[in-house]
Ligand binder design. Structure first.
Ligand SMILES: C[S@@+](CC[C@H](N)C(=O)[O-])C[C@H]1O[C@@H](n2cnc3c(N)ncnc32)[C@H](O)[C@@H]1O
Length: 482
């Protein structure tokens, strides 16, 4: 799941891009043509394009529409274009989940975004001039992905690309699109070719020789991981249900964690409607072990939407009534409430901003989980758009927000209580560094070691690096209040 939900602008009624065939579509257009970048320039598309949607608090661009009749390839191009313009992939694909061509469409969109840096290099190599704009970039990379990674007739892909360029108001570039796509050939890519240079540099600074393996795993397909809802069924009985339908699965560190051998829509799995399981990454499930909540404790789950960890805590405790779950994102809270209904949990979700304590009834908490918004660098294989749209300065911005969030929420913890801080970033700037700064400024805060058979100890907590066919990258720290 996305770690920072601040990126999604609401669409104002009546504010839409023009329909296919029109000149403009979706997001605002204000930029000039971009020239060819020097070799080795690996900045993300937003860095190159001044039309990228503005940051928080600024006026934002709108999401594209996808009429049901729009052909799959064109939807894929428009979706990738929206991502290149700075929208989050999750947000862009949300309205596409019900389409009958979903499997092929998602393969194109996710595949292109995952392979973006290499596809861009490939089309730039065979182009006789610079790629004029993001519309043509999106058309070329999505089509190159189909040519190189999907078994489809090349002439159909090229013809469709020419039509799409026209629909995007770029008829003058149709000859260019045709010529480039006819010359597309695979190249030998190294793991680092799939990432922006700033990220590879940061990872190398922190993980040295392990960087190649982190990049390799982060480029692999993420597994579908389930958490058995133990208030409804035992993990053994649920595994038997999967066996009955010949659905291959593997075990993980926790009994309730099931890793499926091949991803498929969760709704098609046995027991979905009855709430027998939820989808949740394996490393995210380890958070309950770190929280180690006990029956009778009053628990705060801060930054709780869409509720994954609240529900897991509830399942471990046997009920959700001792948990107060707070988040500021209304749509995600609505989703959490629907999910609580499906899973049968009596959870309390409060819509509030962690930076103010207006929502708090002054009754201190025994245990607090802060699952902070972060850069998501541990989840690149689930959110490949992070590679395209995150910028180095975002890391410092996240770190500042995380520190401020901890300081605010700390006031609601009783003396003797424990706060658990987690992120799905693997960068120390958002993890140990934030905790260090917090420990230095809060006189009553002490670092409490986490003893576990997974991950590795870090200065103040534990780090789980992403594992192929296993859990995402995650950080966990335990802070006691004297
Ligand atoms: C990593 S996600 C939480 C995932 C959730 N704990 C789960 O397990 O499903 C981070 C959440 O932080 C929330 N958030 C960010 N800033 C916040 C703030 N100032 N106050 C409350 N919630 C915030 C976002 O809305 C987002 O839902």
């Amino acid at each position: 799941m996305p770690r920072d939900n601040s990126s999604g602008p609401p669409r104002r009624p009546g504010q839409r891009g023009k329909k296919p065939g029109g000149k403009r579509f979706g997001a605002t257009r204000a930029g000039a043509k971009r020239g060819r970048r020097p070799p080795g320039d690996d900045r993300g598309p937003r860095d190159r394009d001044k039309r990228a949607p503005p940051r928080r608090g600024e006026k934002k661009a709108w999401l594209p529409d996808f009429p049901a009749t729009m052909p799959t390839r064109e939807v894929a191009v428009r979706a990738v274009l929206a991502v290149l313009e700075g929208r989050s992939l999750d947000q862009v694909v949300r309205p596409l989940r019900q389409r009958p061509d979903r499997a092929r469409l998602f393969a194109m969109i996710y595949g292109t975004v995952r392979e973006y840096f290499v596809l861009k290099k490939i089309v730039e190599r065979v182009a006789d001039r610079s790629i004029p704009d993001l519309e043509i970039t999106a058309t070329l990379v999505v089509s190159a992905y189909q040519l190189l990674h999907m078994r489809q007739a090349p002439h159909a892909i090229v013809d469709a690309a020419v039509d799409i360029a026209r629909h995007l108001g770029k008829a003058s570039a149709s000859g260019f699109v045709n010529a480039v796509l006819r010359r597309v050939e695979p190249i030998d890519a190294r793991p680092e070719d799939h990432y922006p240079g700033w990220l590879t540099k940061r990872l190398t600074k922190h993980f040295a020789g392990e960087t190649a393996s982190i990049l390799d795993v982060s480029q692999s397909r993420a597994p579908l991981v389930l958490r058995v809802n133990t208030t409804k069924i035992t993990p053994a009985d649920y595994r038997a249900m999967l066996d009955e339908q010949s659905i291959g699965h593997a075990t993980s560190l926790l009994d309730e964690t099931i890793i499926l051998e091949s991803p498929q829509p969760a709704e098609d799995l046995p027991g979905y409607t009855d709430g027998a399981f939820a989808v949740q990454d394996a490393a995210a499930q380890l958070v309950v072990e770190v929280v180690a909540a006990k029956p009778g404790e009053r628990i705060l789950d801060m930054c709780a939407a869409p509720g994954g960890k609240t529900f897991h805590l509830a399942e471990r405790l046997g009920d959700a009534r001792s948990i107060v779950s707070v988040d500021k994102d209304k749509p995600q809270l609505d989703f959490a409430r629907r999910e609580a209904n499906r899973l049968g949990h009596d959870a309390t979700f409060v819509e509030a901003d962690a930076m103010s304590l207006d929502w708090w009834d002054q009754e201190p908490f025994d245990r607090i989980l802060v699952d902070a918004p972060c850069s998501g660098t541990g989840t690149l294989r689930r959110h490949p758009d992070i590679k395209l749209n995150r910028r180095p300065s975002d890391i410092e911005t996240f770190a500042e927000r995380q520190y401020e969030l901890l300081r605010s929420v700390w006031r609601t913890l009783r003396p003797g209580g424990t706060l658990i801080y987690t992120t799905c970033s693997i960068l120390p700037e958002e993890n140990d560094d934030v905790v260090s700064r917090f420990l230095e400024t809060e006189a009553h805060a002490i670092s409490v070691p986490i003893l576990a058979r997974w991950g590795r100890a870090s200065a103040h907590g534990r780090l789980h690096l992403p594992v192929r066919d296993g859990g995402d990258g995650f950080y966990y720290a335990r802070i006691g209040k004297r």
